[in-house]
Design a protein around this ligand. Structure first.
Ligand code: AMP
Ligand code: ZN
Length: 135
């Protein structure tokens, strides 16, 4: 399979490894949006949040927590985003599920924050009902 993250797991492509266990691997992003930008991936290949198994996503989130704490201690950022993209509309560029651990600095102006604009409560309530029906 032509998956760059599977190749990193297999050791065919190098990475700046932070952590490895039976289910996950964490390494530095080589195109960092900010200093300390890291990635956490499950070893089990799946493309996105829809395809990943419950055990793989659970393991990935636990490792992301571990990495976030280490980055917090190392760099002391003002905040950390845990970001995860699915599909072209969300700008997913690598089709192997991954979580970004993204340190933030006040005023860094990374385009992740959409601000707070009150929504239409009737529309929000109606949509919540439609989503609940699918759970
Ligand atoms: P996304 O756009 O959410 O799919 O994120 C994919 C991320 O993988 C990007 O931030 C890339 O910089 C990163 N990336 C791609 N190839 C590598 C690599 N070989 N080593 C480390 N990070 C990579
Ligand atoms: Zn893969």
């Amino acid at each position: 399979m032509d998956c760059i993250f599977c190749k990193i797991i297999a050791g065919e492509i190098p990475c700046f490894k932070l952590h490895e266990d039976d289910e996950t691997l964490a390494f530095m992003d080589i195109n960092p949006a900010n200093e300390g930008h890291a990635l956490v991936i499950p070893k089990e290949h799946s493309t996105d949040v829809h395809a990943i198994s419950e055990s793989a996503i659970a393991a990935t989130v636990l490792t992301a927590k571990k990495i976030a704490s280490a980055i917090q201690e190392t760099l002391g950022p003002d905040g950390i985003n845990l970001v995860q993209c699915n599909g072209p509309g969300a700008a997913q560029s690598v089709l192997h599920f991954h979580m970004h651990v993204l340190p933030r600095r006040e005023g860094d102006e990374l385009k992740l924050n959409w601000g707070l604009k009150p929504g239409d409560m009737d529309a929000i309530g109606a949509l919540a009902e439609r989503v609940r029906a699918k759970l």
